[in-house]
Design a protein around this ligand. Sequence first.
Ligand code: SAM
Length: 318
Amino acid sequence: TDTDTADEAVRATCDDASVCKRFATSKSYWKDPYIQYFVRSVGERKAPEINRGYYARVQGVKYLLDAFIKKTECDCQIINLGAGLDTTFWRLKDEKLMPRKFFEVDFPTVVARKIHYIKTKSPLSKPIIETHSTDALLLDGQSLDSDRYCIIGADLRDISNMDEKLKKFQLDPELPTLLLSECVMVYMTPLQSSNLAHWAAETFHTAMFINYEQVNMGDRFGQVMIENLQRRQCTLAGVESCQSLDSQKERFLRTGWEHADALDMITVYSMLPQDDVARIESLEFLDERELLQQLLQHYSICWATKDKLNLGLSQLTF
Ligand code: SAM
């Protein structure tokens, strides 16, 4: 059916993200020793502005995520929604910033692939086994559950099913919780993504939601971005919520979050540690600075908090 084709195209986007991250790390934009186990070859060259865009995305999300973990002194849990082949769990383990438990959710077929990579590559499986206490580690085609890492196959548009699965694997509503969605909500309708934001606000009393995705899609450049994705059969059901920074914040403020902030990636890029920005800008010559500006202007990070435990989550910023 059309829905199956559209969903299949959306699932394929996890490879795009990881292939671009793999290429950027091969050029030393940042370090990721684990991505090679999910994307075997470096692949074809990507333009410097693409690499810088991914740098801003990865560093921007990392900045807020690490700030949350430090604020909660690792006494927290993380849920990566539409995690794809993301490697954050392994980085946090290495950097001694591991939360109590790290959850990942994606479509069952994506999860099955990820579990296959984890099972067959010891640098991926070792950290999971090492942090697991009892011998019974739950593993089937669609889910893997250990003490500190859990990955489940579920559709983010079917909240009750996802909620049930997460609870089955000891999701703890009482624990400060970070929810992350990186280039995921744009593939859902505004109603579906609002439902997701609402579920999170309802489930956790102390939480932060970080959402990275397209913004300012109403102009000519945004139109071209949409057309490029549509050419690959991807329906951008959520593009209406990507009109402005305000619409990004509204999604959270209307669904039970106390506080929300949003910045476009030009601003984030200018607020990242500038010595490292100078380092990456010297890696490759960038001909068209204008194009980078356009690109960064069409992505944003939005973050929302609620804070019953008064941890000071609303102060977290760049
Ligand atoms: N967050 C990862 C990253 O940034 O590297 C992957 C991003 S990829 C562009 C989008 C991911 O969201 C894909 O892995 C896709 O399968 C997942 N996704 C999109 N809609 C979903 C849904 N309704 N249920 C579960 N996963 C979904």
